[in-house]
Each structure stands twice: as C-alpha cells, then as structure tokens.
Design a protein around this ligand. Structure first.
Ligand code: KG4
Ligand code: ZN
Length: 334
C-alpha cells in the first residue's frame, strides 16, 4: 500500500508548528516556533501579538519542516490543520496557510479539532486501542472522552468552570511564579509536603470537574496567612494543591474505567506533563490492569505532529473540507 504523508499545521495559541507524519504513526519532521518568551513579559498570551508572530513565522516553519523531512509538497497526500478551538486570530493564520497550500498543490484539506490532536499525540507512541478513555487536561480543557473506535469521540464529562491548566497557572501566579506557572508549580510540589487542607472539588457521581472553588480556596488561604503575618511555605502549598487537583481527576477516571470497561487510557494536553498526574495514573493503571500511554513531553504541549497524526484518521474517515472552511474559537469534539 502507498504511504500516506500528512502535513499538519497548528497555530491555535502561541506555538507556530508544521509537521509531517507518515501513516498516522511516524513523525517524519516537526518544527515548532514558540512565542513563550514574548508573552512571558505580559503574564499570559496576548492574542494580537500571537497572531502577528504566527504571520511572521508560518512560512519559515513550513519551509524548515519540508527541508528537514527532505520532501517536497508533491510528496504530501493531504494537509491537516487545526480549525479550532483556540484564539481566532491565531487559528486563522494556520488555516489560511493550509488553504493556500491545498489550493496551489491541489491537496485535500483536513480540518482537525485541537483536542483530537492532543488525543492522537498518543498514537505516535502506541496505536490506540478501544474502548479508550482520553484524559484531556490543558490550559483550556479538562475533559474525559470515551472512544469506541478511531475518530469516534464521546465526551462523558468536563469542567464546569476553570480548566485544570488555567487553575495551575492562576494558583502559580498567587504564589509568585512566572507565566506559564503550571510547570513551575509542579516542580515546586516535588520538594513539598501535603500540609495545607484544601477541599477536593465536586465529589459527586458525574464525570465532571470543577476547579474554580479550589483556586478560591488557595487565594483565601494565602490572604488569611498574610493577615496573620505568617509565611506561606510555598513548596507545601504547591504539594497540597497538586494532591487535591490530581485526586479530583483520578477519582473520576477510576470510575469511568470500571463503568465503561476501558482497555486503554491515554493522557492528552499540556497538563499531561504534570509529574503528579502521571504518577497517579500509572499507579491506577497498574491497579486496574489497563494499558496506559503518556506522550513524551514534546508531544504534550502544542505541536503540529499530533495534528498530522489525527489528520490521517480524519482523512481515512472522509473528513475533507472545502476552501470555505472557517476557524472556530469554540467547538465540541465530534
Ligand atoms: O495544551 P497546552 O499546551 O495549551 C492549551 O491548549 O491549553 O497546555 C498548556 C497548559 C498551561 O496551562 C500550562 O501551565 C499547563 O498546560 N502545564 C502544566 C504543566 N506543564 C504545562 N500544568 C501543570 N503541570 C505541568 N507540569
Ligand atoms: Zn493544546
């Protein structure tokens, strides 16, 4: 059978990335240009600046990727692009690049949901097995997605308010860590102990999550300690927060595995880099005897490799768009 080379483009937030993946599993070449150093000065991603950077970077990243792969556009089977969700101005840059390439080189255009990309990052490590449970944890999402087969997504639960990554970043900011604080908070937690009492959010029998109460509990705790003129032990607060945040996820994941007869768990999204969550999931998978895949760090944060991998299965599923395709800042995974 002829090999399928998918060229993926990702620009939904602050990473401009182009990658080429062979047959949905093999990373042929990946190029990522991160804007983190620019946005760091503002304490978060500035959408207008992000779009301008994507405009500057996209053609350079594309050329570099083709050179790295030693392929030309004629070798490419189809072009997959993140159409949403994400920052609308940022998404548009990647989408326009993809449309232009599809038009000029007469290639199929494959729209990919950003979260489908995060899920398929795991396929670059090990082929997905079904029924599968995807634990999607990022700066914008906290979702449990059940998959009965390739590209058959069913969201069984999600956050009712803040996403877990957003909560990590906000808590990190409260204790004075620089943006993006999530990874720094995770690192700090390693040297601390669970000494501060924080509430485990949403202890119910749904598959949903809630993180805004936990964030408020941390803010209140810090204010109270300040008023009492006592010093916060940051490492311990980080460890206490991490314990509760991870427990909130693990409790629901555990129930889903049992109730839905899950064979394979995968971790997706930027927070998949979290050491506490990785360890807790590993322990759970061992106890319940299910397969667990956790992508390497380079595939956890935003990249086009995952978009190209997902794009392969979307292509096989006949999900081809025309040049009227538009980007969407919000969209359900389906
Ligand atoms: O998936 P991603 O790169 O972008 C979104 O689509 O949101 O995720 C970024 C999020 C940020 O909130 C970042 O702080 C968080 O993932 N994050 C972490 C860790 N590494 C990244 N949160 C906790 N622990 C980490 N090690
Ligand atoms: Zn992401």
């Amino acid at each position: 059978m002829k090999d399928t080379y998918i060229l993926g483009i990702e620009s939904s937030c602050d990473e401009t990335s182009v990658a080429i993946v062979k047959n949905g599993t093999e990373d042929i070449a990946t190029v990522i240009s991160s804007q983190i150093d620019i946005h760091k000065n503002y304490g978060g991603v500035v959408p207008e600046i992000a779009s301008r950077q994507h405009v500057k970077n996209i053609t350079i990243v594309l050329e570099e990727c083709l050179t790295k792969a030693n392929l030309s556009m004629n070798d490419i089977t189809a072009i997959a692009v993140t159409y949403g969700p994400g920052l609308i101005g940022s998404l548009l840059i990647g989408l326009e690049a993809a449309k232009t390439l599809a038009f000029i080189y007469n290639k199929p255009l494959i729209p990919v949901h950003h979260i489908a990309g995060h899920i398929y990052a795991n396929n670059l490590v090990k082929e997905l097995q079904f029924p599968l449970l995807a634990v999607v944890v990022s700066g914008g999402h906290t979702e449990l997605v059940e998959m009965s087969n390739h590209y058959k997504f069913k969201k069984i639960g999600g956050t009712l308010d803040d996403a877990i990554g957003e909560c990590y970043d906000k808590v990190a900011r409260i204790i004075g860590l620089e943006y993006p604080g999530g990874p720094k908070l995770d690192k700090l937690a390693e040297s601390g102990h669970n000494t501060y009492k924080l509430p485990v959010p949403l202890k119910d029998d749904s598959y949903n999550f809630s993180f805004s109460g936990l964030k408020s509990a941390v803010i209140n705790l810090v204010h109270n300690e300040e008023q009492r003129k006592s010093t916060i032990i940051k490492e311990n607060l980080a460890a206490s927060f991490q314990t509760v945040a991870v427990e909130a996820i693990i409790t629901k994941v555990k129930r889903a595995i049992v109730q839905k007869n899950i064979k394979h768990i995968i971790l997706a999204g930027g927070v998949a880099a979290n050491k506490g969550l990785r360890q807790a999931l590993q322990d759970l998978a061992t106890t319940l005897n299910v397969d667990l895949t956790i992508p390497p760090l380079k595939y956890c944060t935003d990249n086009a490799t995952m978009i190209a991998a997902a794009g392969y299965y979307a292509y096989k599923d006949g999900r081809i768009a025309d040049l009227k395709l538009n980007s969407k800042s919000q969209d359900e995974l389906k």
